[in-house]
Design a protein around this ligand. Structure first.
Ligand SMILES: C[S@@+](CC[C@H](N)C(=O)[O-])C[C@H]1O[C@@H](n2cnc3c(N)ncnc32)[C@H](O)[C@@H]1O
Length: 249
């Protein structure tokens, strides 16, 4: 049983990222297929126009995009998690923060590397960014993965972190910051990450877009940034990782 009294699932579930976009890709692809079948050509004033080609192009764009997102959600995200975690030289006593933890992919992965250390996951639990995204589900996942004693889950916005300056040895964030709708908010989140990172710490910020923006802010805050990737191999989504530190490597 979970702390909420409901029956625990048998396996942890990490959800589908941007489910609306994922289903939209397949729905649009299907619509293009139907339209191409019904209207391979359009006759205007006795002349045939091959508009079917537009629908073929629509399918060529939508189906592969949907497929990549599906494969990332099913397989790629776990490989990317392992890749990110392997970039840290774990001692086991770290204080870890996962910004936009969602269902705890990185939070739980990091907690498994800890002995005396502890990991905190913060999120605002947006349903459009991740399917089944609830704090209670993240806790269930942690219980199922045997790390619930090593983690804390907090409802908190990346733009206004409640933690003290220099609080974390390791900060992780995957596919979170681009969801913040404006530049000012994303800049604020990067500044907050810079603020709570220890002088000896390392932050790994992973995203498929806007990483140039994040780099700009980290540099402005006086941090050092190493850009890794974009990684496509095995993950099906081109993810760039920024390795951010307060002193040069
Ligand atoms: C695509 S999901 C990725 C979740 C997780 N990092 C992973 O890799 O599986 C993006 C997450 O960022 C969270 N998020 C979006 N905006 C946020 C904000 N301003 N502060 C904290 N979390 C946020 C969403 O609720 C969602 O859980």
């Amino acid at each position: 049983m979970s702390p909420g009294g409901q029956k625990l699932r048998e396996r942890a579930r990490y959800g589908m990222d941007a489910p609306g976009v994922l289903y939209g890709c397949f729905a649009m692809g299907l619509l293009c297929f139907v339209l191409q079948t019904i209207f391979p050509t359009l006759t205007i004033e006795g002349r045939d126009w091959p508009i079917g080609i537009v629908f073929v192009l629509g399918q060529a764009l939508c189906f592969p995009s949907g497929m990549c997102m599906l494969l990332y959600g099913k397989y790629g995200k776990f490989r990317h998690r392992d890749r990110l975690l392997s970039l840290i030289e774990w001692k086991g006593n770290e204080r870890v923060l996962d910004v936009g933890t969602g269902l705890g992919l990185l939070l739980i992965g990091a907690a498994k590397k800890l002995t005396s250390g502890r990991a905190v996951g913060i999120d605002i639990w947006s349903q459009k960014d991740l399917s089944g995204n609830f704090a209670s589900e993240t806790l269930n996942n942690a219980i199922l993965e045997g790390v619930d004693k090593k983690i804390t889950i907090k409802s908190e916005d990346a733009r206004a972190l409640s933690f003290a300056n220099d609080a974390f040895d390791v900060i992780l964030s995957n596919l979170c910051l681009h969801n913040i709708p404006n530049r000012e908010g994303r800049d604020r989140a990067c500044s907050e990450i810079a603020r709570v990172l220890k002088k000896t710490g390392v932050a790994l910020i992973s995203d498929f877009q806007k990483t140039e923006e994040y780099t700009e802010i980290f540099l402005k805050e006086g941090l050092f940034v190493e850009k890794l990737g974009p990684y496509w191999k095995n993950t099906f989504l081109g993810l760039t990782v920024l390795k951010v530190t307060k002193r040069s490597a």
